[in-house]
Design a binder for this molecule. Structure first.
Ligand code: NAP
Length: 246
């Protein structure tokens, strides 16, 4: 298997896209650290990996909390002694029109989606630097590229991730660490399940492929970027959106 012997961390691996990514990387031979804000939910994905014959470690982490992230990396160092792949996937929405957006909703989204990725990446490059290589994938969003009314906080966090990706890619290219972003379109998960039927119909009309994406569509793209096939790709923003935005 192409990821045999590699250790991967997937933040927000309990559900949706993160779960699909964790399972895909495990199927390709990686040992996977799965995190979520609840140990039980992270453990559920870890158990699925174990059932596949893989190796997984579940850890409770709130990525917006720096001490939680530092404790996570201490644990990874203790258990695996290294990290080869980081997927910054944990993310939340707190939607609302700008005039009514509360500062707490702005902060929660930016702290989880953008600061969380920053702190995880800062810790990860320490381990990857020692190992002389690694792959980082940041899960941004199509709305970080095109904007979306009612999601100023979320779009700012996802657009921020793109600038972050390109900057870190430039800083670490010589150290053999690739840093890329994926911008998913509309993917069927708990995050999008809350949207009304009217909003879903309207979104579907904007997708040339004529279907919503599945978490596995994103997992396949992550695998491509972190495998040997993606070794010369860095600072790239890969759209996986069925043609919704190009
Ligand atoms: P989801 O089903 O709501 O899952 C979110 C995941 O993030 C869960 O595992 C959740 O863990 C975790 N999480 C949330 N807050 C966290 C925190 N503070 N610390 C650690 N983990 C946290 O969402 P999804 O649709 O799979 O989205 C995954 C990523 O893709 C997000 O970054 C999202 O913005 C992005 N994305 C999604 C879509 C889409 O259409 N679904 C489109 C573009 C981008 P718990 O189980 O503990 O809550």
């Amino acid at each position: 298997m192409s990821l045999s012997g590699r250790t991967a961390l997937v933040t927000g691996g309990s559900r949706g896209i993160g779960r699909a990514v964790a399972l895909k990387l495990a199927r390709e031979g990686a040992e996977v650290v799965v995190t979520a804000t609840s140990l039980e939910r992270a453990q559920k994905t870890a158990d699925e990996i174990t059932a596949l014959g893989g190796k997984a470690l579940a850890v409770k982490v709130d990525v917006s909390n720096t001490s939680d992230v530092e404790a996570l990396f201490a644990r990874i160092t203790e258990v695996f002694g290294k990290l080869d792949i980081l997927v910054n996937n944990a993310g939340i929405t707190r939607d609302g029109l700008l005039m009514r957006m509360k500062e707490a909703d702005w902060d929660a989204v930016l702290d989880t989606n953008l600061k969380g990725a920053f702190v995880c990446t800062r810790e990860a490059v320490k381990l990857m630097g020692k190992a002389k290589g690694g792959s980082i994938v940041n899960i941004s969003s199509v709305v970080g590229e095109m904007g979306n009314a009612g999601q100023a906080n979320y779009c700012a966090s996802k657009a921020g991730l793109i600038g972050f990706t390109k900057s870190v890619a430039k800083e670490y290219a010589k150290r053999n660490i690739t840093v890329n972003a994926i911008t998913p379109g509309f993917i069927e998960t708990d995050m999008t399940d809350v949207l009304s039927a009217t909003v879903k119909e309207d979104l579907l009309r904007q997708i040339p492929a004529g279907r919503f994406g599945k978490p596995e569509d994103i997992a396949n793209a992550v695998f491509f970027l972190v495998s040997a096939m993606g070794s010369y790709i860095t600072g790239h923003v890969l759209s996986v959106n069925g043609g919704m935005y190009m």
